[in-house]
Design a protein around this ligand. Structure first.
Ligand code: SAH
Length: 396
């Protein structure tokens, strides 16, 4: 017990979800929202009877506390070292750290019992993203522990939280190297090489969460004409090339993404003329495309619903996009379709895709139901951590 750490009291009966280890305390569950505690400070949380339930990071907003521990544990360097070591042990068990694979997610927030923290590894560089003020203030400790982590040779830590921290907290987080500065920005995933731009790219620079789904795509690509919509860095396209696709077209509305895709194809398949990339709006491209021009289509759009309020529009968006693909794909074609919106659940997404199929009248079967890979684990007490949904469909 540290006397400098303030204690927040829960309303009667509000300890139930915490007793089941759900890591969020909503502001409405507290007797009073304190006005003398700074955002990011450590707080103890106790029941209305005064029983301590654990320790977390305080924040102003609908989630008032993100719980770090439900035990009598001090939150210090040791705490972060232990949690990071546990996270690494899991990735080692998953077989993700190999000479031909050095890109993976080391920390997936609540899924690794570190709410508010994301760490992606690209070879010797760790890209750290804070989603809570508490993790923002802990960034130097975390960076130091990453460098010292036995079993991983991290030499650079890049901190990238300008767009992930609550704007109102006025933390002014600058994207910058905390330790080192990387020259080598090429990472390897399942033996394929990718130029990763964590400085200017989206999120941490690469979507490691599609690794397993890209492998599945490789398996289905042989002899097919593949269309990769919303290609970003061209991850799916590079796998399709290795899988023996007859030709691959990559589409993204961002010219920067198209340049990244071209560079990644060049890195793995220099001079291979099976690939072309087009900077265009996905909906427009599908509208103008010839019927039956492709027999494998990937739809991996950005999150259409960033918040629950946008849900209805998002579902309409997924329906519209999928309907266009159903209309145009050859008979015997395959569609990989995804949603990464946390606000859209599996059933809602499937219903949107069902509606699209019904609207076009195509005969559609589900071959696989996809999700995020094991280095994005879901804490069983925090089902909100499951966000990536996908379907592989066979269309007649
Ligand atoms: N499939 C990618 C990740 C996609 S991220 C991967 O495996 O890594 C979403 C991408 O969609 C971004 O690159 C963004 O530029 C692009 N995008 C957003 N709106 C778009 C639109 N209307 N048409 C085409 N691309 C779009």
């Amino acid at each position: 017990m540290d006397n400098n750490i303030p204690t927040l009291r829960l309303r009667r009966g509000k300890e139930e979800s915490l007793d089941r280890f759900h890591p969020w305390v909503f502001s409405g569950a507290l007797v009073a929202m304190p006005d003398n505690i700074d955002e990011g400070e450590l707080v103890y949380v106790e029941t209305s009877e005064g029983r301590r339930v654990g320790t977390g990071h305080f924040q102003i907003g609908s989630i008032a506390v993100r719980m770090l521990t439900f035990e009598d544990e001090t939150i210090d360097e040791n705490f972060y070292r232990n949690r990071l070591s546990e996270a690494l042990r899991l990735r080692q068990a998953l077989g993700l750290i190999r000479p031909d694979n050095d890109a993976f997610r080391l920390v997936h927030g609540e899924g690794d019992f570190l709410p508010g923290l994301v760490v992606d590894i690209y070879g010797p560089t760790a890209v750290v993203q804070a989603h809570s003020p508490g993790m923002h203030f802990a960034r130097d400790i975390i960076a130091r522990q990453l460098i010292d982590l036995p079993g991983l040779d991290i030499r650079n830590v890049y901190y990238k939280s300008e767009t992930t921290l609550p704007y109102k907290a006025h933390l002014d987080p600058q994207n910058q190297y905390i330790i080192g500065s990387a020259e080598n920005d090429i990472a390897t995933e399942n033996g394929l090489r990718f130029r990763i731009d964590w400085l200017k790219g989206q999120k941490t620079g690469f979507f490691v969460d599609q690794r397993d789904n890209r492998s599945l795509l490789e398996h289905y690509s042989k002899g097919r004409r593949v269309l990769n919509m919303f290609c970003y860095t061209g991850g799916f396209s590079v796998y399709a090339m290795r899988g023996g696709a007859e030709r691959v077209t990559s589409v993204d509305s961002s010219a920067k993404a198209i340049a990244l895709t071209d560079a990644n194809i060049d890195l793995n398949y220099p001079g291979d003329n099976r690939h072309n990339a087009v900077a265009e709006d996905a909906f427009k491209f599908l509208d103008n495309m010839e019927d039956g021009a492709y027999d494998l289509i990937i739809l991996d759009p950005p999150a259409f619903a960033k918040h629950r309020s946008a849900l209805r529009n998002a579902l309409r968006g997924y329906q519209k996009l999928n309907a266009k693909a159903f209309e145009k794909i050859t008979s015997g074609g395959i569609i990989f379709t995804f949603s990464c919106s946390q606000a859209v659940n599996k059933e809602q997404f499937r219903l949107a895709v069902f509606s699209a199929a019904a609207q076009t009248g195509r005969k559609v079967r589900i071959l696989h139901q996809l999700t995020q890979p094991a280095d994005h684990p879901v804490n069983i007490y925090h089902p909100e951590g499951e966000y990536l949904k996908g379907l592989i469909l066979y269309v007649e």
